[in-house]
Design a protein around this ligand. Structure first.
Ligand code: NAD
Length: 358
């Protein structure tokens, strides 16, 4: 029976990348009914919003979506569609595998990390007030004058419930994907109550996996240094929202950058698969940008729905195209002006050929 999956082309370079990805996924032979849903700046005029309710309804119904990047309109009063989707669907876990494929230009060749980032709280909760506001004055007073007068203030909420939920997600991912170690990353020596609660929650969850998955804690500053010195020592990393955001970019940088960094936002009832990169609007309509990050996000999606062998075939084909280095976009060539760089659609063609031949 075919899977029903919501397909959001997005805007900017999104539609061309998604068209390439759709062809590649269809070439795996997995039967999918795509329910195409428009969102982003191109539909604002038609619907009066960049995120029509029908998009959310479609994802709620199908439970799985593949999404192209969407521009966050500046100065229109609309919040980020990407953040809104995560909130509305309670996609509490951000999953970002960062794996080195031979052929990618990077200083590192032995990296196979998975970053699991909490998506719903921490300094990202948006609880903040401007300098001089009544709320700031009250909090400054409450702090016993530990806060300098006239400061702006952001609040960092960390709950036991959300911390346990994300750490459990990381351990379950480790179990299901043959991983050996989960490292919890925070700064509990300084933020004793918030990051302290994150570690305390993580330890509680880790007990359930004793003897199966190794558990370790590393402070976030030390983790940054460790990752640039010996990333091969780490496996699955689990972090609160802000550290997760920063470290997932660091890890993407270790393995070749945005063009090959896939991702997923996953909750209890739905999952949205998308690349780490944005809509790169300056390249819109030029058949130029790299589709591999979205294609690899599609590979994660196939794994998520249980189509493991199709996912393996797709990943192997991507790896072969990267290793050969011939049918790759400008960003993967040694020189960005390399005239032999191919376009978005030609990368998809090459991956499909590899799957057919392999
Ligand atoms: P971006 O990732 O769109 O582009 C930054 C630069 O990275 C580009 O100019 C390009 O040189 C390169 N790049 C990005 N994707 C590439 C690809 N697939 N292949 C080759 N090169 C690539 O970041 P930005 O310019 O900061 O953001 C543009 C818009 O995208 C903003 O409105 C932002 O809010 C939005 N955005 C959306 C998402 C999402 O949909 N999840 C994520 C990040 C940013």
């Amino acid at each position: 029976m075919a899977y029903n999956i919501t397909l959001i082309p997005g805007d900017g370079t999104g539609p061309e990348i998604i068209a390439a990805t759709k062809r590649v996924i269809e070439a795996t032979g997995v039967p999918i009914n795509w329910e195409v849903q428009d969102a982003g700046i191109d539909v604002m005029e038609k619907y009066g919003t960049p995120l029509p309710e029908s998009v959310l309804d479609s994802i709620r119904r199908n439970k799985v979506a593949l999404k192209g990047p969407i521009t966050t309109p500046i100065g229109t009063g609309f919040r980020s569609v990407n953040v809104a989707l995560r909130k509305e669907l309670n996609l509490y876990a951000c999953l970002r595998p960062c794996k080195y494929y031979p052929g990618i230009r990077s200083k590192y060749t032995d990296v196979d990390l998975v970053v699991v980032r909490e998506n719903t709280e921490d300094l990202y909760a948006g609880v903040e007030w401007p300098a001089g506001s009544e709320e700031c004055e009250k909090i400054i007073e409450l702090s016993g004058n530990k806060i300098r007068p006239g400061s702006a203030i952001s609040i960092k909420p960390i709950s036991k419930e959300a911390s346990k939920r994300i750490v459990k997600f990381a351990f379950e991912y480790a179990v299901n994907n043959n991983r050996k170690k989960v490292t919890a990353v925070a700064k509990a020596n300084i933020m004793k109550y918030t990051d302290g609660l994150f570690y305390e929650s993580a330890r509680e969850v880790a007990k359930d996996y004793e003897g199966k998955i190794e558990y370790q804690e590393v402070l976030v500053d030390n983790m940054c240094m460790q990752l640039v010195q010996k990333p091969e020592l780490y496996d699955v990393l689990v972090l609160p929202n802000l550290y997760g955001d920063i470290l997932s970019d660091l890890c993407a940088g270790l393995v070749g950058g945005l063009g090959v960094a896939p991702g997923a936002n996953i909750g209890e009832d739905a999952a949205v698969f998308e690349a780490t990169h944005g809509s790169a609007p300056k390249y819109k309509g030029q058949n130029k940008v790299n589709p591999m990050a979205v294609i690899l996000s599609g590979m994660l999606m196939l794994r998520y729905i249980g189509e493991k062998s199709a996912a393996d075939r797709l990943e192997n084909a991507v790896a072969k195209v990267i290793a050969e280095g011939k049918y790759v976009t400008y960003d993967m060539k040694p020189n960005r002006d390399d005239p032999t760089a191919v376009g978005t659609a030609e990368v998809a063609d090459a991956i499909i050929r590899e799957m057919e031949e392999g």
